[in-house]
Structure formats: structure tokens, C-alpha cells
Design a protein around this ligand. Structure first.
Ligand code: BDP
Length: 715
């Protein structure tokens, strides 16, 4: 190659390399070059002298990660002059010189410790398994990415929740239900032959935040995935994920014995059906010995289930539990049920159906409960089931994909929402029985615990579409590891890993992330309003929708606006859903005066001129909240515009344009909702809230036939 050609080639490499970083593919793992020379000198001295003990595939993964990090940080090889070293090994493998200094008895299987010994000259990452070492390695890299001093580290970390899983609502045709980041990353057609590099990078990203399970398929399940042809494909993915400590799970369609088997029934008490599932489990485990188990959506939104045969959720779940139990598998049985024949408040139905079964599920069943009683809204009170099933392991289901929160167009930092739910007091066992304590097995003490997040990942070059969608994936993982972590802490951490450690960036951007959640609540569903999104795709406002076949699919069902007022009365004078909560909550929320205003219209139907705490009417407050949401997005945009120097050009521009869209849509929400509600309130908009640009008819006429996220399972 002549000189000119070499330069062109070098430029090409640089650009290609840079462009994947620019497009955000590397997530929070892009180990940027360390420019602080003294720091770099010090840290790289440990990295030129690494003792990595063991020879499993996980150890190989650690070695590879260290190499990627070293290259990214641009560490030099120290030839001499330093005695610093990094030892990575399980406790029983550690050299005697350091072994006695460290205890790992309390760290369980996955916990790790990073300790600086010998006056900081020796850094040790240890734990009781190779996976613990991998988590510890990512823990150390996180410290370095944030430029923290590593010579005096004394970290002990153990996950508080056992099953930390992503739920992919991915179909076998690669569409993703409620997916806004392209198609499914699972290229089923080419599996098992073609193993895409994305699979490993997906595993690395998940392991780096402690996620240890992935449900590959949609809860609206396709039984084909249980056939040998697909099991072979699943096996190939499991092989890629295994070194990273990630178990695969599948969704089990309850009618599979009839669809892919040749049985005439799927009755869970039928002997042959039970036999079928046992054999199916044996068949899967023969191929994938560490298979996690099944996630099941049964008798919900048209999915088949035990009720079709007059049997209960307990019958269904326990049958599957029995099939996977010999292999240490688990069943995650979803509590997201509501019936088209039940006229009762939808918010009450899961509780009414499941709570009587408390204590009746097999030991390897987790009941997966959404964070709120309706459906992943911008804000919901916590699901009352969390306070009412002391004898059943309940796992949390959060939604990371933003089905009701602006898809991948809106910047909304979800850990703020997650934290709000986790901190709520259920009073299940007296005061301070928070949701976090219920799901992490503190109350009552139990081993089997879990947290699921409906993934926002797709084939988009940056995985999540919106660059800030990555923060929600990251934050979910961190909270599944430690449900007591603060959203603010997570925001800071993610910003520093992903963009920059400069406080002039980190501080304002942390505020932006934290405020973004309240902004979306304000411009979509303030003061406890919920489920007023447009039909089907749930994109944009649709408070007027009243023509869907099932009453509880219609927004009018939820807001109940009429001349008299607005809101869902869930007190004793209404649906009485409030009585599903513990006494202290029930008593407090029974009166609108003592109900937190953020939940006001969730629990009460109130007159438009109801006087709120600030002395203004409900109508005025509603309008001002919508306006505040718009103003908050304006603020987000103006903050972002000051951040140009800290982020690469592509991402800067992309986020700027997306924030412009968000601002436009926040105004759309405000205008559409206020025009519609004003028909009933018959009151003037308060000062500071502009008249809507268009007529109500205009807002009603908007249609989005190809809005993403609708999957064929609904057709
Ligand atoms: C709703 C979604 C629907 C899901 C359902 C579920 O609109 O696509 O299938 O939840 O969680 O939020 O099963």
C-alpha cells in the first residue's frame, strides 16, 4: 500500500469505527479514551499485570472484556517500575497471600467484592463463581469509566433479586409487539447457523448491569417456538449467552399441546396434557440444560388458559411448574388478567382473581405482576396485589419499552417511575413494607424473587431507537440488581458512562432526566388520569374514544368526564377498588382532601370547580398541568442545546430533533385533551394556557395507520 492509500484506509477505519460509536451501538460500554494522564498512568499499571484465574468460558469472556476496555481506554503497557497488579479469581482459587484477607461467605453465588490490598498495590476481584467475577469486572470498569480512584476500593455487591429478566415481546416473524426500535434482534430464520455479533454484545450489555435472564418471545405466544426446529435455534442463543450468566426462557402458549402436539385438549388436569408438558420440558432441557423456564400469559386478552377448561390459574401454573421442577426451572405466571365478561372495574380484576389463590402455587412459581393495576401508564398507584399475597412470591413487571409514554420519540427516564413504585408502602406487614421489600423477598423472607422488564431493544443501530432509551434499559438492570438504588444515582452513572464525566454536563442532564418523567405525566395524564391514549397503537391522545367493543378498552371508561366532573370513583361510592389496599392507604385516599393530588382522579370523580390545595379549581389545575408538561419539554430542549460540546454530533442532532418532536407532541396532547375536556367543564382556559391551534374535530380526525408496535397477534 502506498502512502496515500494507507492514509485513506486509516481514515476509513477511523470513520467506520467512530460511526458505530457515534450511532450509539456500544451503549454504556464504549470505554472512552482516558485523557487524564496521571489517572491513566495509575490505572493502566494494574492492567498491565493481571492475574486472571480459571479457564471457563466466563473467564474467557472476562479476558475479552478487559481487552476491549484496555483498547478503549488506550492503556499503555507498563514494562517496569510498578508493582501494581489486578487479581481476578474465585475465593477458593485466590493466592494464599490475599485469600485470608477477604471473606466471601455472605456474597452468595453472584455477589462480588473488589478490594484494594497491600497499600493499594493489589486489587482483587473475587466472589464464589465465575459469573460473580464477571459482574465484578464490569463493576471495576464502571469505576474507571467514572474516573473514580481504584486504589482504595472496598466494594461488596450482591444482587438483591434473584431472577433479573428482560421480557422480549418479539414474534417469530421478527415484528415486536410494542417495539419501537426496529425489528426483533433474534434472526430466527438464520438461526442456528448464523450467530450475529449483536447476540454477544447484547449479552455483554446485560451482564454489565446484572441481568441474568431473557425471555425471547412475546407473551402473546406462538407455540411453534416449542417445536424441535425452534428449540435448536434457542439452543444456539443460549450458548452465546451462557458465559455471561444469562438464562433463556420462552413463553409457553397454553394450547400448545393441541397446536404443535396432537392432543384434543389442553386441560391442565388431563393426564396426557400433563405428560405432554413434562416431555416437552425434558426435550428442551436435554438441549439446553440451564434453560430458565416459561413465562405464561393465560386467559388474558384472548390468550388460551386453564379457565377454558373450567380450571384455575393455580391448576395451570402448577402443571407447568411440575414439568420444569426436576430441572430447576421456574414458571413466571402473569397476573395481567381482566375479563370481557366481568363488568367490575378493570383495576380490581387481577386482585379479585389471584388473591384468593395466595399460598396455593407451587414453590417454583413466581406470579408476575405489573407495577400498577391497569397497564404501564405514565403514572399509576402500585398494584394492590403487592400488599395482599404474603404466601406467594410476586415478581415485578415493569415496561421498559414506552408503549404509553411516547414510544421511542419521547425522552422519559423510567427509573424515576420505577423508583416511585418500589418506594411505595404497602403496609402489608405494618409501616415500611415497601414494594421493594415485598419483591426482594425481605417481607416475608423468601428465596425465589424476580423483576422483569419488557424490553425496548430492536435492530436499531443504537438498540433502542431513542438514544436515551438506553438509559431505561440500563436503569432497569441496576434496579433489578438493587431495588433501593435511587433514580438520580442511576441517571448520573449512566450519563457519565455514556457521554461525559464533566459536571457541567452531568448535573443539568441529571436534572433533565429526573424531570422528564413528571413532564410526560403532565402533558399526557396529569392528576391521576390514565389510559386516554388513542386506540390500538396507543400513540397520541384519544380521550374521546368510546366505540371499542370492550368497555374497558375505551378511554371514556377511565376518565368518566361529564358535565358534573371528571375522574374514576374508586371509593366505596364507586368501584371500591380502594378497599384492595391496606387500611392506612384506604383511609387516607378515601377522601379527595387527603389523597395525594398525583392520584386524585385515579380514585375520585370530582366536580370541575372542586377546589384544590392551591385554592384553584380542578379545571384550572388540570389545564396548568398540561401547560407545565409543555414548558418542561421546552426546558429539556433548551438544556440539551447547551450540551453540544459534550456529545458527538450525530447523537446531539438526533436527540435535538427528537426533543423537537416531543415538544410538538406535548402541545398536541395539551391541545387535544383540553379541547375535549373543555366541552364538559365549560370553563375558560386559565392565563398562561394558549387556545388550541385546531378544533377538536381536527384532533379527533388524526390517524396513524402504520404506527409501530402493533403485532400480528392482535389481528
Ligand atoms: C398491553 C399491551 C399488549 C400486551 C399486554 C400484555 O398493549 O400489547 O400484550 O399489555 O401485557 O400493555 O399482555
Amino acid at each position: 500500500m502506498n502512502f496515500k492509500k494507507t492514509i485513506v484506509f486509516a481514515l476509513f477505519i477511523l470513520l467506520t469505527f467512530n460511526s458505530s460509536a457515534q450511532e450509539g451501538y456500544d451503549l454504556w460500554l464504549d470505554y472512552k479514551k482516558i485523557n487524564e494522564l496521571e489517572y491513566k498512568e495509575k490505572v493502566s499499571s494494574y492492567f498491565s499485570n493481571i492475574e486472571l484465574i480459571g479457564n471457563s468460558s466466563t473467564i474467557a469472556a472476562i479476558r475479552e472484556e478487559l481487552q476491549i476496555a484496555k483498547a478503549g481506554f488506550e492503556f499503555k503497557n507498563h514494562k517496569s517500575g510498578t508493582s501494581n497488579k489486578l487479581i481476578i479469581g474465585t475465593h477458593n482459587n485466590l493466592p494464599v497471600s490475599v485469600k485470608g484477607e477477604i471473606k466471601t461467605d455472605s456474597l452468595g453465588d453472584e455477589g462480588y467484592s473488589i478490594i484494594a490490598l497491600e497499600k493499594g498495590e493489589t486489587l482483587v476481584i473475587t466472589g464464589n463463581s465465575d459469573i460473580a467475577l464477571l459482574y465484578g469486572t464490569f463493576g471495576l470498569l464502571r469505576e474507571i469509566q467514572q474516573r473514580n480512584n481504584i486504589s482504595n476500593l472496598e466494594i461488596e455487591e450482591e444482587p438483591k433479586i434473584q431472577k433479573r429478566v428482560l421480557n422480549h415481546w418479539d414474534n417469530l416473524d421478527r415484528t415486536v409487539e410494542r417495539g419501537y426500535a426496529g425489528f426483533s434482534i433474534w434472526d430466527w430464520h438464520h438461526l442456528p447457523g448464523l450467530i450475529k455479533p449483536e447476540y454477544k454484545d447484547y449479552a455483554r450489555a446485560n451482564a454489565s448491569i446484572g441481568i441474568n435472564g431473557t425471555v425471547l418471545t412475546n407473551v402473546n405466544a406462538n407455540s411453534l417456538v416449542l417445536t424441535p426446529q425452534y428449540i435448536d435455534k434457542v439452543k444456539a442463543l443460549a450458548k452465546v449467552f451462557r458465559p455471561y450468566g444469562i438464562q433463556v426462557y420462552l413463553t409457553a402458549r397454553f394450547s400448545a399441546p393441541m397446536e404443535t402436539g396432537d392432543l384434543e385438549t389442553a386441560d391442565p388436569l388431563n393426564k396426557e396434557v400433563r405428560e405432554w408438558w413434562k416431555n416437552k420440558a425434558d426435550e428442551i432441557y436435554a438441549e439446553i440444560p440451564d434453560f430458565g423456564g416459561f413465562l405464561v400469559k393465560a386467559n388474558s386478552e384472548g390468550q388460551p388458559g386453564p379457565n377454558n377448561y373450567g380450571r384455575s390459574h393455580v391448576d395451570g401454573a402448577n402443571m407447568l411448574a411440575e414439568a420444569v421442577a426436576p430441572h430447576d426451572g421456574i414458571i413466571m405466571w402473569r397476573a395481567f388478567v381482566y375479563s370481557e365478561d366481568d363488568p367490575d372495574d378493570r383495576a380490581k380484576q387481577a386482585f379479585s382473581e389471584f388473591v384468593p389463590f395466595d399460598g396455593k402455587f407451587a414453590d417454583n412459581v413466581l406470579i408476575q405482576v405489573k407495577n400498577g393495576p391497569i397497564d404501564f401508564q405514565p403514572r399509576e398507584p402500585f398494584h394492590p396485589m403487592f400488599g395482599a399475597m404474603p404466601n406467594t412470591p410476586l415478581m415485578m413487571e415493569f415496561q421498559i419499552t414506552q408503549e404509553y409514554l411516547g414510544f421511542s420519540s419521547h425522552l422519559v427516564f423510567l427509573p424515576q417511575l420505577f423508583e416511585e413504585t418500589l418506594k411505595e408502602d404497602t403496609y402489608a406487614n405494618g409501616e415500611n413494607s415497601t414494594v421493594a421489600k415485598i419483591i426482594d423477598g425481605t417481607l416475608p423472607n423468601r428465596e425465589l424473587t424476580g423483576m422483569a422488564g419488557v424490553a425496548n431493544i430492536g435492530t436499531a443501530k443504537n438498540w433502542t431507537g431513542h438514544p436515551f432509551g438506553q438509559a431505561n434499559w440500563y436503569g432497569f438492570g441496576r434496579l433489578a440488581w438493587d431495588p433501593y438504588m435511587k433514580a438520580r444515582e442511576i441517571a448520573r452513572e449512566w450519563l457519565r458512562l455514556t457521554f461525559s464525566n464533566d459536571e457541567d454536563f452531568v448535573q443539568p442532564m441529571t436534572d433533565l432526566l429526573i424531570d422528564s418523567r413528571e413532564a410526560v405525566v403532565n402533558y399526557m395524564t396529569p392528576l391521576g388520569l390514565h389510559h386516554i391514549m388513542a386506540t390500538g397503537h396507543h400513540y397520541g391522545p384519544g380521550p374521546w374514544v368510546d366505540n371499542l367493543s370492550r368497555p374497558e378498552w375505551n378511554p371514556v371508561y377511565y376518565h368518566n368526564a361529564d358535565k358534573k366532573g371528571i375522574g374514576f370513583d374508586r371509593t366505596t361510592s364507586g368501584s371500591d377498588a380502594l378497599s384492595q389496599y391496606a387500611k392506612p392507604i384506604e383511609e387516607k385516599y378515601d377522601s379527595p382532601e387527603t389523597t395525594p393530588e398525583k392520584y386524585l382522579l385515579w380514585f375520585h370523580h370530582l366536580p370541575w370547580d372542586y377546589e384544590m390545595k392551591n385554592g384553584k379549581t380542578l379545571w384550572t389545575n388540570l389545564a396548568l398541568h398540561y401547560q407545565m408538561g409543555v414548558d418542561q419539554v421546552k426546558e429539556m430542549l433548551s438544556t440539551w442545546k447547551k450540551m453540544e460540546q459534550y456529545v458527538n454530533e450525530q447523537e446531539f442532532e438526533k436527540v435535538r430533533m427528537l426533543l423537537e418532536i416531543q415538544l410538538k407532541e406535548a402541545k398536541w396532547w395539551r391541545n387535544a385533551c383540553l379541547s375535549y375536556f373543555q366541552k364538559f367543564s365549560d370553563m375558560e382556559l386559565p392565563a398562561g394556557v394558549p387556545e388550541p391551534e385546531h378544533s377538536l374535530e381536527y384532533y379527533k380526525s388524526l390517524e396513524f395507520p402504520y404506527a409501530p408496535g402493533i403485532s400480528p397477534s392482535w389481528n
